[in-house]
Design a protein around this ligand. Structure first.
Ligand SMILES: [Zn+2]
Ligand SMILES: [Zn+2]
Length: 747
């Protein structure tokens, strides 16, 4: 039995209330000594007869901590009189700070407790909850290195801070109405309004139909009631894109189908936006014209207070940003950029040091990896080199690998303009600083002209790091599994080995040796990116017939436009070739008249999915051809079949026509999925591999995912999907690191 030791605990041990937790255990077990943070680890010197019990408790840690290792070293010298919390010292950095965590139940209780001095206070938090990532400047995590540094504690907060039995003991974010951040309500010109009760006033304004910009934890939201959804769309010029909502718990069940797993997620420390099926697919059209709706519960004290004063059951809450640009965090920027869109601003004076959007999840899969999840830390062995993955172009983030851990940043966005690139660079630089990382390898997308590729090259030039280009879809597989597998990747676009636009690919092998063994038929995209925006062009690219032109003419295409399109395809002028799954779905959405112009990423395919939700799929014959050692599914045959069915359904009356369109949508999805699964099964037969990895943004489509799973399992194979990283491009920076690590290790 030991009676003393120096305990070193490594992992996510800062900002999670580790020291107060240790203190409380020490007091309870009569342990004497001290505890301190040293950057990446907590160091505890402990003396006492119940040392082993104490060690057990410490090894479990408080709820938000993630412990990698616990080491006990010998300890000499005399025990001090009691147990103390020492100030931090910067040591080697390998741990990571936790993400921002939703307000805990006890803090919500304080908000509405007559006797609590936190009653009604919008910025209360404790060691178990509140902002972390968004307020931290540098490590170790102590108040003076956070945006709380500008709010010196009042005597009462100072007392609780040092009081061991208090939930806010050593909570760096402790603050109260006397000493902490304050709320201000501002008019449309950014002038502060002289009012007593900003939250109550804001609630009244929202109920009366105003549109507010509300500064939350990681940035600004635009908020209004459901009735004003149309007006908000008009002001933003975003007429089709669905909004997310924040909704009272009681009201959610009436709007959406919420499974037990969804409730668990919605109420977890993440409190993400959960994309749920609506109870009535056509209801709440001002919020979402899809069959789904993105819902979250109030997650910050401000939200709880607002909903306690609000009459409306829900608020539209959408990130405030210029389209394609990062979310706005500063009030001055908000007032400058949101002019004409916003009637009032509800803001506060706590700086947001690190921007963080809401996380989005669907069916347990991550769509946007951000607040509550990121910075995400994954233990994985990728060798001795430090690696940066800069991500692709869309839905990007960055990942840094060092010493057995990959750290992925929160969502950055579409890196196709200088401000978003700058945000990507800042994010990488901040995490690099926290980790004390020096890059040996920088992994980037194969696309030569992505801004992120340019950044990788520039950085490699400065640091001497080695560049490793990674093909987009292979990065998808690498993010999913390092085991030998067949990999299906289905998405919109990724630069292929041959410079063509890939996006419906089947690989076989093991990272970093994945052979492309199958894909969707390569079809022309007339006008390149124009075919993405106007999917009827894509339809003609796949089916270049007089029949298709006839349909386009009916819909208002002029003879001149039709002539240009036909010549483009015939001569291959300004035509890109693609095996993208997304583009096939787009073309069918156009054929069925469901979506003729894309106004946001993924729109035609998402609307097709909503139509298919009301349809019944039929099994169609599939056509495969062999091309250069790959098995190719003919998407022309699928779209031709869809065209026949569509033309055959016309004249059957409006209701029957609509149902036919839904059935065709469902059939296209099902047969496309079946075709891809068959290629995978054939490849598994050829190679003897038993596992099939599935990734790519199209895999969020529940029907397509379901059909692929069914076919794969029917063949006695196992389907592997990633629930830790997004299926879409938010997994790419991580996949790039994994790939580059495998390449450099010489796997
Ligand atoms: Zn709390
Ligand atoms: Zn105070």
């Amino acid at each position: 039995m030991r009676d003393r030791g120096r305990i070193l605990v490594r992992g996510i041990v800062q900002g999670v209330g580790f020291r107060p937790f240790v203190y409380a255990r020490a007091r309870a077990l009569g342990i004497r000594g001290s505890v301190k943070n040293t950057g990446s680890q907590v160091e505890i010197d402990a003396w006492g007869g119940r040392f082993d019990e104490f060690l057990d408790d410490v090894s479990r840690g408080p709820p938000l901590s993630r412990i990698d290792s616990v080491e006990v070293l010998p300890l000499a010298g005399e025990a001090p009189a009691g147990f103390g919390i020492l100030t931090s010292s910067a040591g080697t950095l390998s741990g990571m700070i936790p993400p921002d965590v939703a307000t805990c139940g006890e803090c919500v209780g304080d908000l509405f407790d007559e006797k609590s001095r936190y009653r009604g206070y919008f910025a209360t938090s404790c060691v178990n909850c509140g902002p972390r990532y968004s307020i931290i400047g540098s490590l170790p995590y102590d108040r003076e290195r956070t945006s709380m540094a500008s709010f010196p504690m009042c005597p009462e907060c100072g007392r609780e801070y040092t009081l061991p039995e208090c939930r806010r003991h050593h909570a760096q974010t402790i603050a109260c109405p006397v000493c902490g951040p304050r709320l201000t309500l501002m008019d449309a010109d950014g002038r502060a309004m002289e009012i007593e009760d900003p939250v109550g006033e804001a609630a009244e304004l929202l109920d009366a139909g105003s549109i507010l910009a509300i500064r939350g934890i990681g940035g600004f939201h635009l908020a209004c009631t459901e009735e004003r959804g149309g007006e908000l769309k008009a002001r933003l010029g975003r007429t089709e894109q669905p909004f997310a909502i924040m909704v009272r718990e009681e009201a959610l069940e009436q709007m959406a189908c919420v499974e037990a797993a969804d409730w668990k997620l919605l109420k977890s420390e993440v409190h993400p936006i959960a994309v749920l099926a609506k109870r009535d697919p056509s209801a709440h059209a001002a919020i979402s014209n899809l069959h789904t709706i993105g819902c979250m519960l109030p997650y910050a004290p401000l939200h709880h207070l607002l909903f306690s004063r609000l009459k409306a059951p829900l608020l539209i809450m959408t990130s405030a940003n210029m389209p394609g640009y990062p979310m706005i965090t500063e009030i001055d920027t908000a007032v400058g950029k949101l002019r004409g869109q916003v009637d009032y601003y509800l803001t506060h004076d706590r700086r947001i040091l690190n921007r963080c959007d809401d996380s989005v999840m669907r069916d347990g899969f991550i769509i946007r990896l951000s607040r509550g999840i990121a910075p995400k830390r994954t233990r994985i062995e990728l060798g001795p080199r430090c690696i940066l993955g800069v991500g692709p172009e869309l839905n990007s983030n960055v990942t840094i690998y060092k010493d057995g851990f990959a750290i992925t940043s929160p969502h950055v966005g579409h890196v196709r303009n200088p401000p978003t690139l700058a945000y990507l660079q800042e994010t990488a630089e901040r995490i690099r600083g926290w980790l004390g990382a020096r890059y040996d390898v920088i992994a980037h997308d194969l696309h030569p002209s992505f801004l992120s590729t340019g950044y990788a090259r520039e950085l490699a030039g400065e640091t001497g790091a080695e560049l490793v280009p990674v093909q987009h879809h292979r990065a998808h597989v690498a993010a999913t599994t390092l085991e030998p597998c067949i990999g299906i990747t289905i998405d919109g676009v990724g630069y292929g080995d041959d410079g063509r636009v890939w996006g419906g690919e089947v690989f076989a092998g093991r990272v970093p040796h994945l052979d492309r063994v199958g894909h969707l038929e390569e079809v022309p995209m007339p006008g390149g990116d124009l075919a993405t925006r106007f999917p009827e062009r894509m339809l003609y690219g796949i089916l270049p017939t007089e029949g298709t032109l006839g349909l386009l003419r009916e819909r208002g295409w002029t003879d001149l436009q039709c002539g240009v399109l036909a010549r483009q395809v015939e001569r291959g002028v300004n035509v890109a070739w693609t095996s993208s799954t997304g583009r096939v779905l787009d073309a069918v959405a156009a054929l069925l008249g469901i979506c003729r112009e894309r106004t946001y990423d993924g729109e035609p395919a998402m609307r097709l999915e909503s139509a298919a939700y009301a349809g019944t799929p039929a099994e169609w014959p599939l056509e495969f051809v062999q091309k250069a050692g790959s098995e190719v599914l003919s998407t022309r045959a699928l779209v031709r079949k869809a065209m026949e069915a569509y033309l055959g359904s016309r004249g059957a009356g409006e209701g029957a026509g609509r149902q036919a369109a839904c059935d065709i949508a469902a059939s296209v999805q099902a047969n496309l999925a079946r075709g891809l699964a068959h290629i995978a099964v054939h490849a598994a037969d050829d190679t003897g591999l038993k596992r099939v990895a599935l990734s790519g943004g199209v895999a969020y489509n529940a029907a397509i995912r379901g059909t692929i799973r069914e076919e794969i399992e029917k063949a006695g194979l196992t389907l592997v999907m990633n629930r830790e990283y997004p299926l879409g491009d938010g997994c790419i920076s991580y996949g790039q690191c994994v790939w580059a690590g495998a390449v450099k290790r010489g796997d």
